[in-house]
Design a protein around this ligand. Structure first.
Ligand SMILES: C[S@@+](CC[C@H](N)C(=O)[O-])C[C@H]1O[C@@H](n2cnc3c(N)ncnc32)[C@H](O)[C@@H]1O
Length: 305
């Protein structure tokens, strides 16, 4: 009789095949509703590496409720996202994010304190009216910054011919209206804390090249997957809520994949030796020719554990 390790390994291989097939077909994978620690452990065990991870938790007030151990809880989540993330974009209000600047798990380090600035938040309190959100851009020492994604055609041509004296980066303040009232009505899904695609696109472009992978394991309405898809990046998203998973499915036109039950029960066990695979990009929005020749470093990488 086969031992338990073999069985877990087979289940993990099946799961990775399923994820690879879904990515190759749709560009997007929606995992079944799951706690962030479970999905993070799963991706780590499967040997999947994300060039960019989006981390946008509830803010310890309002819809998500309040927890006394919020700082400890978030630090734990950061710890579980770190192993597979090259760039990690951590969102929250500045007064909350400030608590984490000296708690970033190594080898991640703070690259930039980004601000999303909006003017259209309705006034709810007697005090400062919120008009900004913070995103800590964290990354590993060798993570590539894709400043080229922000150049216009003229600058790209100059860069190609070695005539661009310096490469201008995008500003660290992102100006976009909040999805609220009639603003962004076309994008609104009913999720209470949904970010504009244009905001998430900015960090996706800095952290990834075409054909690379974006992961969001607290994905709400699936905004990160939309931002990734629009820019020809793969994505894997997951949320603990059945309701928001259904919203993301509808928005993305993609059904969640199913996972073998015993696997989710056993994702604490370790396995070795999973095969690496490569596949074509499925994006159909016309910006890629049918036969895409993705250079080696643009391949989605399923690194071996
Ligand atoms: C601020 S919202 C994310 C919004 C998202 N960025 C968007 O644009 O739609 C936070 C999300 O985290 C999810 N969440 C909360 N606790 C979670 C957990 N333990 N594991 C996974 N997801 C969780 C919530 O259901 C919620 O959808």
């Amino acid at each position: 009789m086969k031992n338990n390790g073999d069985r877990v390994r087979r289940l993990l291989e099946e799961t990775r095949d399923k994820i690879e097939t879904a990515l190759a077909g749709d560009g997007v994978v929606i995992l079944p509703p799951m706690d962030v620690h479970a999905s993070a452990r799963l991706l780590d065990l499967l040997g999947i590496k994300a060039q960019a991870t989006i981390f946008d938790p509830w803010y310890n007030k309002g819809v998500g409720g309040e927890r006394d151990d919020y700082v400890k809880y978030i630090v734990n989540v950061l710890d579980s996202l770190e192993p597979f993330s090259e760039h990690l974009f951590f969102w929250g209000f500045p007064e909350i994010i400030a608590h984490f600047v000296d708690k970033i798990p190594e080898p991640l380090a703070l690259r930039c304190w980004l601000t999303w600035f909006y003017k259209n938040s309705p006034s709810m309190i007697r005090g400062w009216r919120s008009a900004q959100m913070t995103c800590l851009h964290l990354s590993k020492p060798d993570a590539k910054m894709h400043v080229e994604n922000f150049l216009n055609e003229v600058q790209l041509q100059k860069l190609k011919h070695g005539k661009l004296r310096f490469i201008p980066g995008p500003p660290s303040v992102i100006e976009e209206s909040l999805l609220c009232g009639f603003v962004g009505k076309n994008e609104q899904t009913g999720h209470p804390s949904q970010k504009p695609v244009a905001v998430i696109e900015r960090v996706v472009l800095m952290g990834t090249a075409r054909g690379e992978l974006v992961v969001d394991l607290m994905s709400g309405a699936g905004t990160s997957a939309v931002a990734a898809y629009n820019n020809e990046r793969f994505s894997i998203v997951c949320d603990i809520s059945e309701e928001y998973t259904a919203i993301a499915e509808k928005r993305l036109g993609v059904h969640r994949i199913s996972l073998p039950g015993p696997l989710t029960a056993r994702i604490g066990e370790t396995v070795n030796g999973l095969r690496a695979k490569k596949f074509r990009m499925p994006f159909k929005n016309g910006r890629l020719s049918e036969e895409v020749d993705i250079s080696r470093d643009q391949q989605l990488t399923f690194a071996m554990k």
